[in-house]
Design a protein around this ligand. Sequence first.
Ligand code: SF4
Ligand code: MG
Length: 341
Amino acid sequence: TEVLVEVDDLKVHFPIKRGVFLDRTVGHVKAVDGVDLRIEKGRTYGLVGESGCGKSTLGRALLQLTKPTGGRVNFDGTELTTLPPKQLRQMRKRMQMIFQDPMSSLDPRQNVESILTEGLQAHGIGGDRTERRKLIAKTLDAVGLPQWALSRYPHEFSGGQRQRIGIARAVVLNPELIVADEPVSALDVSIQAQVINLLGDLQEELGLTYLVIAHDLAVVKHISDTVGVMYLGGLVEEASSDDIYRRPLHPYTRALMSAVPVPDPEVEDRRERILLAGDLPSPANPPTGCRFHTRCPWAQPTKCRDDRPSLRIIGTGTHRVACHWAEQIETGEIRPHAVKA
Ligand code: SF4
Ligand code: MG
């Protein structure tokens, strides 16, 4: 398979400003701090982690909506981080974004037709008015919205339909990559599956490549080919969707997994519940060594505190884990210490 997106040592560090004129930089928030990943053409990469772990910033940096402060982003052979603004604008239509809350990302004063026309005009797609209308009609069909939606405004739709408008706005431009940031987090659980299925159908029909960002492992489970788990600006584990659910190796992934509700109420839930100590530390002042050591039930003296583990392949496949003790934890050689709830 072909790689569409290649991210190499990506960093987004925001300066923390102090002083009367905010002219002193006293430190940096390391929102994204050295991430490597690849997304294959026509596939879905699911990126999960708690809010504040840097996953949205990573998604935006990938599309250059937030300027990376280090590293590279290669899109279909073109290096984006050094691309002049004019060329970047031309690349933009090939990469679109879907947001968590369609209500705040759709202009309430624009009807659906004008929302969809705007992007086409901005990118010079769709020819004359008749052709544009045909394209828009086709797009409405594809996302499961009725044609009468054209003259309606965002507030006239339900949350799920509004997200379909957000998806239509992205898809009408015929992009290759879509970054979907928490695309179903604001929706009722009953609607979430419909929107996820729609994304899957559109991928098949249009050959789309996705980066789907979520804080909930259950959301990305069915749609993702590869899943990456982020903690405090870095990837701690990456594997095929099957592997990460069947064999989570990083203590943080195991903790996230233990919080995923069991889908079948008839089946007794025998999984371990892993409780994490404390809150997510500040990315302005992350822990030394393994960034998870302040909360990790398996943390070992000195090494976990002092040495930052890098993402390494475990076994023979593509499963990558950033933990010094992944093997010993899996075999049970190292046991978790109790954490007070
Ligand atoms: Fe836990 Fe240590 Fe592994 Fe980090 S390196 S996840 S602190 S056991
Ligand atoms: Mg976010």
